[in-house]
Design a protein around this ligand. Structure first.
Ligand SMILES: Nc1ncnc2c1ncn2[C@@H]1O[C@H](COP(=O)(O)OP(=O)(O)O)[C@@H](O)[C@H]1O
Ligand SMILES: [Mg+2]
Length: 293
Protein backbone atom coordinates (compact mmCIF):
# COMPACT_ATOMS: atom_id res chain seq x y z
CA UNK A 1 0.00 0.00 0.00
CA UNK A 2 1.31 3.43 -0.85
CA UNK A 3 1.58 6.30 1.62
CA UNK A 4 -1.52 8.36 2.05
CA UNK A 5 -0.75 12.08 1.98
CA UNK A 6 -4.18 12.97 3.36
CA UNK A 7 -5.91 13.80 0.10
CA UNK A 8 -7.21 10.29 -0.13
CA UNK A 9 -8.94 10.63 3.23
CA UNK A 10 -10.41 14.00 2.23
CA UNK A 11 -11.54 12.71 -1.15
CA UNK A 12 -13.04 9.67 0.52
CA UNK A 13 -15.29 11.81 2.72
CA UNK A 14 -18.82 12.80 1.96
CA UNK A 15 -20.58 9.66 0.83
CA UNK A 16 -24.32 10.25 0.89
CA UNK A 17 -26.64 7.29 0.67
CA UNK A 18 -30.35 7.71 0.01
CA UNK A 19 -32.32 4.60 0.84
CA UNK A 20 -35.97 4.36 -0.20
CA UNK A 21 -36.62 8.03 0.49
CA UNK A 22 -40.17 9.38 0.25
CA UNK A 23 -41.27 12.98 0.76
CA UNK A 24 -44.83 14.33 0.74
CA UNK A 25 -46.01 17.90 0.39
CA UNK A 26 -49.43 19.38 0.95
CA UNK A 27 -52.15 19.20 3.55
CA UNK A 28 -53.39 15.86 4.81
CA UNK A 29 -56.27 15.77 2.32
CA UNK A 30 -54.20 16.61 -0.73
CA UNK A 31 -50.87 15.07 0.19
CA UNK A 32 -48.78 14.21 -2.82
CA UNK A 33 -45.49 12.38 -2.97
CA UNK A 34 -42.85 14.59 -4.55
CA UNK A 35 -40.14 11.99 -3.98
CA UNK A 36 -41.07 8.32 -3.76
CA UNK A 37 -39.02 5.27 -2.88
CA UNK A 38 -35.89 7.00 -4.16
CA UNK A 39 -32.51 5.33 -3.67
CA UNK A 40 -29.10 6.35 -4.98
CA UNK A 41 -25.56 6.97 -3.83
CA UNK A 42 -23.56 10.19 -3.98
CA UNK A 43 -20.03 8.91 -4.54
CA UNK A 44 -17.38 10.55 -2.34
CA UNK A 45 -14.74 12.70 -4.07
CA UNK A 46 -16.75 12.71 -7.31
CA UNK A 47 -18.67 15.35 -9.19
CA UNK A 48 -22.18 13.91 -9.02
CA UNK A 49 -24.70 15.65 -11.26
CA UNK A 50 -28.44 15.25 -10.71
CA UNK A 51 -30.59 15.96 -13.76
CA UNK A 52 -34.34 15.83 -14.28
CA UNK A 53 -37.11 17.98 -15.76
CA UNK A 54 -38.24 21.15 -13.98
CA UNK A 55 -40.50 20.43 -11.03
CA UNK A 56 -39.49 16.78 -10.74
CA UNK A 57 -38.18 17.16 -7.19
CA UNK A 58 -34.47 18.00 -7.53
CA UNK A 59 -34.46 20.89 -5.05
CA UNK A 60 -36.52 18.81 -2.66
CA UNK A 61 -33.87 16.07 -2.77
CA UNK A 62 -31.04 18.58 -2.33
CA UNK A 63 -32.79 20.13 0.68
CA UNK A 64 -33.11 16.67 2.22
CA UNK A 65 -29.37 16.02 1.67
CA UNK A 66 -28.53 19.44 3.15
CA UNK A 67 -30.65 18.59 6.20
CA UNK A 68 -32.99 21.56 5.70
CA UNK A 69 -35.92 19.18 5.50
CA UNK A 70 -36.72 15.66 6.67
CA UNK A 71 -37.87 12.63 4.67
CA UNK A 72 -41.26 11.13 5.51
CA UNK A 73 -39.93 7.62 4.89
CA UNK A 74 -36.54 6.08 4.18
CA UNK A 75 -33.12 7.19 5.35
CA UNK A 76 -30.32 9.49 4.20
CA UNK A 77 -26.86 8.96 5.64
CA UNK A 78 -23.70 11.03 5.41
CA UNK A 79 -20.56 8.91 5.84
CA UNK A 80 -22.71 6.31 7.55
CA UNK A 81 -24.43 8.71 9.97
CA UNK A 82 -28.08 9.63 9.53
CA UNK A 83 -28.57 13.25 8.44
CA UNK A 84 -30.68 15.05 11.03
CA UNK A 85 -30.10 18.72 10.25
CA UNK A 86 -27.83 21.14 8.42
CA UNK A 87 -24.06 20.95 8.95
CA UNK A 88 -21.03 22.97 7.84
CA UNK A 89 -19.82 19.70 6.27
CA UNK A 90 -22.52 20.09 3.63
CA UNK A 91 -22.79 23.58 2.16
CA UNK A 92 -25.35 24.68 -0.38
CA UNK A 93 -24.92 27.11 -3.27
CA UNK A 94 -28.40 28.19 -4.35
CA UNK A 95 -29.72 29.15 -7.76
CA UNK A 96 -30.93 32.48 -6.44
CA UNK A 97 -28.54 35.09 -5.14
CA UNK A 98 -27.78 34.52 -1.48
CA UNK A 99 -24.97 37.04 -0.96
CA UNK A 100 -25.20 39.64 1.83
CA UNK A 101 -25.76 42.85 -0.11
CA UNK A 102 -24.37 45.07 2.68
CA UNK A 103 -20.99 43.32 2.57
CA UNK A 104 -18.23 43.62 -0.04
CA UNK A 105 -17.22 40.59 -2.14
CA UNK A 106 -14.25 40.03 0.20
CA UNK A 107 -16.38 40.34 3.36
CA UNK A 108 -18.93 37.91 1.93
CA UNK A 109 -16.19 35.37 1.25
CA UNK A 110 -14.54 35.52 4.69
CA UNK A 111 -17.83 35.68 6.59
CA UNK A 112 -18.02 31.93 7.29
CA UNK A 113 -14.41 31.35 8.41
CA UNK A 114 -14.55 34.60 10.42
CA UNK A 115 -17.71 33.49 12.22
CA UNK A 116 -15.99 30.23 13.10
CA UNK A 117 -13.00 32.14 14.53
CA UNK A 118 -10.39 31.20 11.90
CA UNK A 119 -6.99 32.90 12.23
CA UNK A 120 -7.30 36.08 10.23
CA UNK A 121 -3.83 35.88 8.58
CA UNK A 122 -4.44 32.43 7.10
CA UNK A 123 -7.97 33.36 6.15
CA UNK A 124 -6.82 36.53 4.35
CA UNK A 125 -4.22 34.66 2.30
CA UNK A 126 -6.73 32.00 1.36
CA UNK A 127 -9.45 34.51 0.50
CA UNK A 128 -7.08 36.41 -1.78
CA UNK A 129 -5.94 33.27 -3.50
CA UNK A 130 -9.55 32.17 -4.09
CA UNK A 131 -10.52 35.65 -5.31
CA UNK A 132 -7.69 35.47 -7.80
CA UNK A 133 -8.72 31.97 -8.82
CA UNK A 134 -12.21 33.17 -9.74
CA UNK A 135 -10.86 36.30 -11.45
CA UNK A 136 -12.25 38.79 -8.93
CA UNK A 137 -9.12 40.28 -7.29
CA UNK A 138 -9.88 43.70 -8.74
CA UNK A 139 -13.47 43.55 -7.47
CA UNK A 140 -12.96 42.46 -3.86
CA UNK A 141 -14.21 45.75 -2.39
CA UNK A 142 -17.31 45.96 -4.58
CA UNK A 143 -20.76 45.26 -3.19
CA UNK A 144 -22.97 42.60 -4.84
CA UNK A 145 -25.12 45.29 -6.52
CA UNK A 146 -21.96 46.57 -8.26
CA UNK A 147 -21.14 43.13 -9.69
CA UNK A 148 -22.51 41.42 -12.80
CA UNK A 149 -24.59 38.25 -12.48
CA UNK A 150 -21.62 36.05 -13.41
CA UNK A 151 -19.39 37.80 -10.86
CA UNK A 152 -21.98 37.36 -8.12
CA UNK A 153 -22.12 33.61 -8.81
CA UNK A 154 -18.32 33.46 -8.64
CA UNK A 155 -18.36 35.19 -5.23
CA UNK A 156 -20.90 32.62 -4.09
CA UNK A 157 -18.69 29.76 -5.30
CA UNK A 158 -15.66 31.32 -3.58
CA UNK A 159 -17.68 31.73 -0.38
CA UNK A 160 -18.57 28.06 -0.36
CA UNK A 161 -15.06 26.86 -1.33
CA UNK A 162 -13.28 28.83 1.44
CA UNK A 163 -15.33 26.97 4.05
CA UNK A 164 -13.83 23.75 2.73
CA UNK A 165 -16.93 21.61 3.22
CA UNK A 166 -16.70 17.86 2.65
CA UNK A 167 -19.68 18.18 0.32
CA UNK A 168 -20.80 21.05 -1.87
CA UNK A 169 -24.45 20.96 -2.89
CA UNK A 170 -25.27 23.24 -5.82
CA UNK A 171 -28.83 23.91 -6.95
CA UNK A 172 -28.80 25.06 -10.60
CA UNK A 173 -26.10 27.62 -9.71
CA UNK A 174 -25.71 28.93 -13.27
CA UNK A 175 -29.39 29.06 -14.23
CA UNK A 176 -30.46 32.31 -15.85
CA UNK A 177 -26.98 33.37 -16.94
CA UNK A 178 -26.46 34.17 -20.61
CA UNK A 179 -24.80 31.41 -22.65
CA UNK A 180 -21.34 33.04 -22.73
CA UNK A 181 -21.21 33.72 -19.00
CA UNK A 182 -22.58 30.27 -18.27
CA UNK A 183 -19.82 28.66 -20.35
CA UNK A 184 -17.17 30.66 -18.52
CA UNK A 185 -18.68 29.80 -15.13
CA UNK A 186 -18.59 26.10 -16.00
CA UNK A 187 -14.89 26.41 -16.86
CA UNK A 188 -14.18 28.25 -13.59
CA UNK A 189 -16.06 25.62 -11.72
CA UNK A 190 -14.10 22.76 -13.30
CA UNK A 191 -10.80 24.50 -12.50
CA UNK A 192 -11.85 25.14 -8.90
CA UNK A 193 -12.94 21.54 -8.61
CA UNK A 194 -9.66 20.22 -10.01
CA UNK A 195 -7.76 22.30 -7.43
CA UNK A 196 -10.11 21.53 -4.53
CA UNK A 197 -11.45 18.06 -5.21
CA UNK A 198 -14.27 17.02 -2.94
CA UNK A 199 -17.73 15.50 -3.09
CA UNK A 200 -20.04 17.62 -5.24
CA UNK A 201 -23.76 17.29 -5.84
CA UNK A 202 -24.65 19.57 -8.75
CA UNK A 203 -28.29 19.93 -9.79
CA UNK A 204 -29.13 21.04 -13.32
CA UNK A 205 -31.73 20.74 -16.09
CA UNK A 206 -29.09 21.40 -18.77
CA UNK A 207 -27.82 18.19 -20.41
CA UNK A 208 -24.73 19.84 -21.98
CA UNK A 209 -23.73 21.27 -18.60
CA UNK A 210 -24.34 17.88 -16.98
CA UNK A 211 -22.11 15.97 -19.43
CA UNK A 212 -19.38 18.62 -19.35
CA UNK A 213 -19.13 18.53 -15.54
CA UNK A 214 -20.17 15.10 -14.36
CA UNK A 215 -18.18 12.11 -13.20
CA UNK A 216 -21.56 10.52 -12.51
CA UNK A 217 -24.90 11.47 -13.93
CA UNK A 218 -27.93 10.70 -11.78
CA UNK A 219 -31.02 10.86 -13.96
CA UNK A 220 -34.33 11.26 -12.15
CA UNK A 221 -37.75 10.09 -13.14
CA UNK A 222 -40.54 12.62 -12.97
CA UNK A 223 -43.29 13.13 -10.39
CA UNK A 224 -42.65 11.60 -7.95
CA UNK A 225 -38.88 11.68 -8.24
CA UNK A 226 -36.93 8.45 -8.06
CA UNK A 227 -33.80 7.14 -9.74
CA UNK A 228 -34.24 6.54 -13.46
CA UNK A 229 -30.63 5.76 -14.32
CA UNK A 230 -27.10 6.37 -13.14
CA UNK A 231 -24.49 6.89 -15.90
CA UNK A 232 -20.74 7.01 -15.31
CA UNK A 233 -19.25 9.76 -17.49
CA UNK A 234 -15.82 8.39 -18.34
CA UNK A 235 -14.84 11.21 -20.70
CA UNK A 236 -11.26 12.52 -20.66
CA UNK A 237 -10.22 15.49 -18.48
CA UNK A 238 -9.60 18.41 -18.48
CA UNK A 239 -12.91 18.94 -20.25
CA UNK A 240 -13.88 21.81 -22.49
CA UNK A 241 -17.14 22.75 -24.18
CA UNK A 242 -15.78 21.35 -27.48
CA UNK A 243 -15.97 17.89 -25.95
CA UNK A 244 -19.64 17.66 -26.81
CA UNK A 245 -18.88 18.06 -30.51
CA UNK A 246 -15.63 16.15 -30.69
CA UNK A 247 -16.24 13.01 -28.65
CA UNK A 248 -18.60 10.41 -30.08
CA UNK A 249 -18.98 8.96 -26.61
CA UNK A 250 -20.25 12.35 -25.34
CA UNK A 251 -22.87 12.39 -28.08
CA UNK A 252 -23.94 8.84 -27.29
CA UNK A 253 -24.42 9.75 -23.63
CA UNK A 254 -26.31 12.90 -24.58
CA UNK A 255 -28.64 11.00 -26.88
CA UNK A 256 -29.34 8.31 -24.29
CA UNK A 257 -29.93 10.85 -21.50
CA UNK A 258 -32.11 13.13 -23.65
CA UNK A 259 -34.33 10.24 -24.72
CA UNK A 260 -35.00 9.44 -21.07
CA UNK A 261 -35.48 13.11 -20.10
CA UNK A 262 -38.04 13.59 -22.90
CA UNK A 263 -39.92 10.54 -21.70
CA UNK A 264 -39.97 11.90 -18.18
CA UNK A 265 -41.01 15.39 -19.30
CA UNK A 266 -43.85 13.86 -21.38
CA UNK A 267 -45.15 12.08 -18.30
CA UNK A 268 -45.82 15.40 -16.63
CA UNK A 269 -47.51 16.79 -19.75
CA UNK A 270 -49.79 13.78 -19.80
CA UNK A 271 -50.62 14.35 -16.14
CA UNK A 272 -51.63 17.90 -16.96
CA UNK A 273 -53.84 16.73 -19.83
CA UNK A 274 -57.09 17.04 -17.90
CA UNK A 275 -56.49 20.68 -17.11
CA UNK A 276 -55.41 21.24 -20.72
CA UNK A 277 -58.75 19.79 -21.86
CA UNK A 278 -60.59 22.07 -19.42
CA UNK A 279 -58.66 25.00 -20.72
CA UNK A 280 -59.34 24.11 -24.34
CA UNK A 281 -63.06 23.58 -23.84
CA UNK A 282 -63.37 26.83 -21.88
CA UNK A 283 -61.46 28.61 -24.58
CA UNK A 284 -63.47 27.15 -27.48
CA UNK A 285 -66.71 27.88 -25.58
CA UNK A 286 -65.74 31.48 -25.31
CA UNK A 287 -64.72 31.58 -28.94
CA UNK A 288 -68.09 30.15 -29.99
CA UNK A 289 -69.88 32.75 -27.88
CA UNK A 290 -67.70 35.54 -29.13
CA UNK A 291 -68.21 34.63 -32.77
CA UNK A 292 -71.90 33.86 -32.23
CA UNK A 293 -71.34 30.38 -33.73
N1 LIG B 1 -42.70 23.37 0.36
C1 LIG B 1 -43.47 22.85 -0.59
N2 LIG B 1 -44.78 22.69 -0.39
C2 LIG B 1 -45.58 22.14 -1.34
N3 LIG B 1 -45.14 21.69 -2.53
C3 LIG B 1 -43.83 21.82 -2.79
C4 LIG B 1 -42.93 22.40 -1.85
N4 LIG B 1 -41.68 22.40 -2.39
C5 LIG B 1 -41.81 21.85 -3.61
N5 LIG B 1 -43.09 21.49 -3.85
C6 LIG B 1 -43.59 20.84 -5.08
O1 LIG B 1 -42.80 19.69 -5.29
C7 LIG B 1 -42.49 19.51 -6.67
C8 LIG B 1 -41.01 19.44 -6.86
O2 LIG B 1 -40.42 20.69 -6.54
P1 LIG B 1 -38.86 20.95 -6.63
O3 LIG B 1 -38.15 19.99 -5.76
O4 LIG B 1 -38.64 22.38 -6.35
O5 LIG B 1 -38.57 20.62 -8.17
P2 LIG B 1 -37.30 20.97 -9.08
O6 LIG B 1 -36.24 21.53 -8.20
O7 LIG B 1 -36.92 19.66 -9.70
O8 LIG B 1 -37.75 21.94 -10.11
C9 LIG B 1 -43.16 20.65 -7.39
O9 LIG B 1 -44.38 20.18 -7.92
C10 LIG B 1 -43.41 21.69 -6.33
O10 LIG B 1 -44.55 22.44 -6.63
MG1 LIG C 1 -35.27 23.43 -8.19
Amino acid sequence: MHDNDGTEAVNGRGKIVLHRVTKYFGTEKSEKAVVEDCSFIIEPGKLNVIIGPSGCGKSTLLNLMAGFDEADAGTITFDGVRIQGPSSDRLVVFQENALFDWMSAYENIVFGPHARGSRSGTMKTRAHSILERVGLSAFQDKYPSQLSGGMQRRVELARAVINDPAVMLLDEPFRGLDAMTKGLMQEYFLQLYAENPRTVVFVTTDIDEAILLADRLILLSNGPASLRKCINIDLPKPRTAALLYEEDRANDIKREALAMLYEEALKSFRKQKRSDDDFLSAYSGRTRRDTGA
